[in-house]
Design a protein around this ligand. Sequence first.
Ligand code: IMP
Length: 223
Amino acid sequence: MTPLLIATRNAHKVGEIQAILGDGFACRALLKEFPAAPIAIEDADTFAGNALKKAESLSGWLAGLSPAERRGLGAAQTFILADDSGLEVDALGGAPGVHSARFAAMDSGHEGNSPDADNNAKLLRLLADVPQAKRTARFRCVLALVEVNRAVPVLTPQLFEGACEGWIDLAPRGSGGFGYDPLFIPLGHDKSFAELGESVKNGLSHRAKALAKLREWFSGGSD
Ligand code: IMP
């Protein structure tokens, strides 16, 4: 079983990653195991840049802890996995993109992420005059895998990317998932991710595609 410390405070992401990866991986949640870990500043202009920042800043912070404080991480080969993801809407020139989590707060100048409902409301407002055929969009996910710092690091950071095409509906539908799920209709479906439910979403999502590449990398030998 491969231990992965997931560098996110988003419990939905941890749940999806564990459900998609299945039994061969043990995902450990940052918030539960290391609530004092610093929050990485996501100021890169690409998903890859932010994913690497999240993974490497956590790895650096863990390296400064005593072995006892590290709670077993780093004793054997252990990995940190960071996910940076978001929604790219064509009619908005790719926005909200890397700003997906704080899309609404960007207007008010508030620090930090915005409630999902506020982000969704802003998206619908900006697309109010855009017809269905032009509401194309995609979710994109970049995963960064780094090793928990050891005396001799053996792994260069690895990146895995996935995208899921679809379009933005006229109103939110469904209660599953998180973030923009109630507004996103994946290509080939007529229901939102929030209506389709966990198992359908996890079979075709941006995160599932990126995680399939990660699983393939592990099965090809990581060390
Ligand atoms: P991050 O935590 O900085 O990567 O922010 C990602 C943001 O993108 C989330 O807060 C959501 O708003 C959005 N997002 C990413 N993945 C998904 C998804 O699978 N469903 C819905 N929204 C998502």
